[in-house]
Design a protein around this ligand. Sequence first.
Ligand SMILES: Cc1cc2nc3c(=O)[nH]c(=O)nc-3n(C[C@H](O)[C@H](O)[C@H](O)COP(=O)(O)OP(=O)(O)OC[C@H]3O[C@@H](n4cnc5c(N)ncnc54)[C@H](O)[C@@H]3O)c2cc1C
Length: 505
Amino acid sequence: MSQTATVAAAPGAGAGPISTEHFDVLIVGAGISGIGGAYHLSTQCPDKTFVVLEGLESFGGTWLMHKYPGIRSDSDLYTFGYRFKPWTGAPIATADEIRKYMGEVIEDNDLDRHIRYGHRITNATWSSAINTWTIDAIRTDTNEHVRFTTNFLWMCQGYYRHSQGYTPDWPGLDRYQGRIVHPQTWPDDLDLAGKQVIVIGSGATAATLVPAIAGDCAHVTVLQRSPTYFWTGRNANELADTLRELDINEEWIHEIVRRKVLHDQQVITQLSFDEPELVKHELIEGVRSFLGPDYDVEKHFTPQYRPWRQRLAFVPDGDLFQGIKSGKASMVTDEIESFTEHGILLKSGEELSADVIITATGFNLSVLGDIEFTIDDKPLVFNDTITYRGMMFTGVPNMAWVFGYFRASWTLRADLIGDFVCRLLSHMAELGASRVTPTLRASDAQLPVLAWMDPENFNPGYLMRGMHLLPQRLDAPEWQHSQDYWVEKDSLPAADLDDGCLTYE
Ligand SMILES: Cc1cc2nc3c(=O)[nH]c(=O)nc-3n(C[C@H](O)[C@H](O)[C@H](O)COP(=O)(O)OP(=O)(O)OC[C@H]3O[C@@H](n4cnc5c(N)ncnc54)[C@H](O)[C@@H]3O)c2cc1C
């Protein structure tokens, strides 16, 4: 049970006392990471009280908010699903299927009683005098200001701003007479039947959206500045199907298929570094096999970058390419000169006209859920910190952050961090410590400070645009997010909690 107290109003909070509840741990967000965190806490630290605060009206995060046609995962659910809950459907899943799976985790583990929906957190304030975080939130139903205190803050708020996607400020945007829509804020009343549509962008979102709308629209033009890598295959897992035929139980199937998927991904990732031209050739030939020898695959589907420098978009059953082959969709590789009254003028001089323009141009990075952080009366400048293993930060006590993988499924890391946080909390209890703060050792302080991510390694637009908001790293395993599941699956569980990187008080 939480403890409840009534305290004086916070500065700027309006008149009247605010009721404050205290929990040992407070999780921000009820997406796949936050629900995973709640599961790990309830199973590995059953004596800890905890609450999950979620700004939206329900669980799911990404899979609740995104409502564009065709929304689905681009990772297989054997690895995007949790380690502890077998996935029994097709590998690529719709948002509804992912939410159903998460709903079962909540129900099976009685997590609902720990979650408060409609609580948008605005401020997080750390006090070293009492080793406590004070969390201020607004209830979205009543606009009421509510306050919580907690010993440990577990940030599972995702990495992008949910309220608004990223749309570049193209010249002439305001001249365009048609409708502009961002997939992240898909309107309920959008009817695309018989419409000429342009989709700007060719990442995973466009690859999902285009086949889903192409049948309805008069025509869809995908306008990309530069090509993206795609890989295709059936939305089925042969090994899982065979094991099911043999009547193997689902727990085993989940574990065996996860291992196989991860093994194959490791081979491909390594090959992308060792033999990028070979991987590039294979990926491009995969696209050509759908579009035929006469299609200009060089122009529209041959990226300049090495495979895996940006996330590979999976196209189940080649549905995007089938749309192109049938003539319902087409690709244009060019740059935008300006928007016009009826569409888009390209740098080549060609003009595209459209009734609706969909800007599948990505996210705005939001590193801390747009929460204002203060540490002992000083605003936290996240970029001034150095990350401890991509999940804690120098000078930021009692806080962990879930930032998953890009090349492998996000949830693999959410599970690893879940184990780590529970181990850390137990270790603190053993030590009788109330505070843990990542702190550079004398030897670490000699190392050069680097940006969060090496752009040579991985460089999607939202990370490049937001690098100045992210913490920094050192060139040492303890002080970076390696983005390498195959290393971290062993190194995180084995990380020595007493190697001097974490200071306990
Ligand atoms: C369309 C799309 C498809 C994707 N597909 C894949 C995929 O196939 N595989 C993969 O690995 N990754 C994928 N990703 C990345 C994906 O975002 C993550 O994998 C994963 O869903 C993130 O889960 P999360 O719980 O960490 O964050 P989110 O899903 O973003 O959830 C965070 C939650 O925190 C809440 N929150 C944030 N700030 C506050 C606040 N201040 N107060 C209260 N609540 C707050 C939000 O409302 C939200 O519910 C995809 C992303 C998108 C957008």
